[in-house]
Design a binder for this molecule. Structure first.
Ligand SMILES: Nc1ncnc2c1ncn2[C@@H]1O[C@H](COP(=O)(O)OP(=O)(O)OP(=O)(O)O)[C@@H](O)[C@H]1O
Length: 342
């Protein structure tokens, strides 16, 4: 049975549905990340599960029992907000133990648990430090320890690493995944950052205008975006209308080979940059190298073809072409995805 289940949940603000008949299940011990553009309903989803926002329609079930009308403080879910909202006048221990105090846990047990949690989040012995003296990343860890202290069955995180710089986020996200794995915490997290979501989650849910556009493992979503919207949201730009006939598609870039068994007819085609191969002049679609972005040992190449829209290609650093050079492009069907629908 799912630990958390949303059935047809709708939340309206005036005419507009911030959530529109959302169905979602989160299994025990699962880490689910909700992604989507600004305004797609991510925070509203968390607030409805936490009981901070009433649902106009539908049900929220925890452990199979309907909690739609149960107030926030009795739902047994933990929530960590974007701006981590630590109490500035309390020290680190005072912040971490806050929820335990609310639950009337005795002082000795509180301090034992606080020490244990600070070890867990990588801040051993920080009990007496003032929160103002902590770096952004340390404050984030304290906020996390505070959210974990009452041992919620379900922990909800709203942009958990939102304020931190990229390097720290990348490190913390790996630590968090390990931590949740060890504790067996079930997590529903919201983030803008795809990299973060894909690194943290067992499953990602992409939202669009209050609805679930796609849900799946990071690999599934990355390999097979369900729509042009999801493909573009993931940062793919090579998306064009196509007519698929047999093993090839007619596009603005000419004929593009498609994988075996691809759906036929009027479709939308995604070509991953890794499937745009630069060949010796004369073999395929003629294009000019417009610009390049260096990403470690690989180069993202922006191409201006003679026909059709700009193409993003990717190649190893050693094969990087010269800017302004004329090249030929051939497409690798392995990296072509025929999206469902036109
Ligand atoms: N209290 C409110 N009153 C009126 N409209 C609201 C309220 N809360 C949210 N909305 C609207 O509902 C929609 C979804 O908002 P929500 O905050 O859930 O989006 P989000 O995906 O979390 O966005 P962001 O990534 O910018 O935080 C938006 O159009 C927003 O303007």
């Amino acid at each position: 049975m799912a630990l958390l289940q949303l059935e047809g949940v709708t939340v309206r603000f005036g005419e507009r549905a911030a959530l529109d008949r959302v169905d979602l299940a989160v299994a025990e011990h699962e880490i689910v990340c909700v992604l989507g553009p600004s305004g797609s309903g991510k925070s509203t989803l968390l607030r409805v599960v936490a009981g901070l926002q009433a649902a106009d329609e539908g049900r929220v079930l925890l452990d199979g029992s309907d909690r739609t009308r149960v107030p926030a403080h009795r739902r047994g879910v933990g929530l960590m907000f974007q701006d981590h909202q630590l109490f500035p006048q309390r020290d680190v221990a005072g912040n971490v133990a806050f929820g335990l105090r609310m639950h009337k846990v005795a002082a000795a047990e509180r301090s034992r648990r606080t020490g244990e949690l600070l070890d867990l989040v990588g801040l051993p012995g920080a009990e007496r430090r003032s929160v103002a003296s902590l770096s952004g990343g340390e404050q984030q860890r304290v906020a996390l320890a505070r959210a974990l202290a009452p041992e919620p069955r379900l922990l909800m995180l709203d942009e958990p690493l939102g304020q931190l710089d990229r390097g720290l986020r990348e490190r913390l996200v790996v630590e968090l995944r390990g931590l949740f794995g060890r504790l067996g915490t079930t997590v529903l997290a919201v983030t803008h950052d795809q990299g973060e979501a894909f690194a943290l989650a067992d499953r990602v849910v992409v939202m669009r205008d209050g609805r679930v556009a796609q849900a799946g493992t990071p690999l599934e979503v990355w390999q097979r975006p369900s729509s042009e919207f999801v493909a573009r949201f993931l940062g793919f730009d090579n998306v064009v209308p196509a007519t698929v006939t047999g093993a090839a598609a007619a596009t603005a870039w000419g004929k593009v080979p498609v994988p075996d068994g691809a759906p036929q007819g009027e479709r939308t085609l995604l070509v991953r940059p890794s499937g745009v191969r630069l060949a010796s002049r004369g073999e395929g679609l003629a294009a000019v190298v417009e610009s390049m972005t260096f990403r470690g040992s690989r180069v993202a190449v922006r191409l201006r073809p003679g026909d059709g829209p700009v193409l993003e290609a990717e190649c190893p650093l050693r094969d990087a072409p010269a800017e302004g050079a004329g090249v030929s492009v051939v497409f690798d069907p392995e990296d072509v995805v025929v999206l469902d629908g036109p």
